[in-house]
Design a protein around this ligand. Structure first.
Ligand code: ZN
Length: 172
């Protein structure tokens, strides 16, 4: 077993099924096709080695590491942060979708790393990180946020004087 506490406690060899598997982080270069131009990126990926059969392999976490490297290169929020923004506001995907107009399927893809938001959506996500902007968006329209027990932070947002000032500033 490796020394990385954030990795699964028992890794099972994909070849022989033994659990005598060690892991090390290796810098892995890969090509990324950015609008037709190939760029070489580097991701630090976990490589597993079986002590029983010496089989070496990478797992799904390698794909996550590459995905994060691409986000980093494009200067876009990685999946973990996209999710963090929503969870911090205590919103469900459906609720964030209702406020921002971003499709909930897209939000899901960006959170699980099966897709990357474009620059405009990335900017929108960064903006709604600020509760004042979120409040501004939701009060700009007769928006019905689905009543949901898991959205205490969002529903308890108060329209304070400073929020209104900012809202007014935005409408100038
Ligand atoms: Zn093995």
């Amino acid at each position: 077993m490796g020394n990385f506490s954030n990795l699964p406690e028992v890794e099972i060899c994909e070849s022989c099924g033994e659990t005598d598997v060690s892991v090390e982080l290796v810098d892995s270069r890969f090509e990324y096709n950015h609008h037709g131009a190939l760029v070489t990126l580097v991701a630090r990926v976990p490589v597993y080695t079986c002590g029983a059969c010496e089989f070496q392999y990478m797992a799904a976490d390698a794909e996550d590491a590459r995905h994060n490297a691409v986000c980093d290169y494009l200067e876009l929020l990685p999946p973990k942060v996209v999710r963090q923004i929503r969870v911090t506001m205590g919103m469900t995907i459906r609720e964030l979708s209702a406020v921002t107009g971003i499709g909930s399927a897209s939000l899901s893809r960006w959170e699980n790393g099966s897709g990357i938001q474009n620059r405009a959506y990335d900017n929108l996500l960064r903006l709604v990180r600020d509760p004042a902007n979120l409040q501004f968006l939701s009060s700009s329209r007769s928006l019905e946020v689905p009543s949901h027990e898991q959205a205490p932070n969002f529903r308890s947002l108060k329209v304070t004087a400073s929020v209104m000032d900012r809202a007014n500033a935005f409408s100038l």
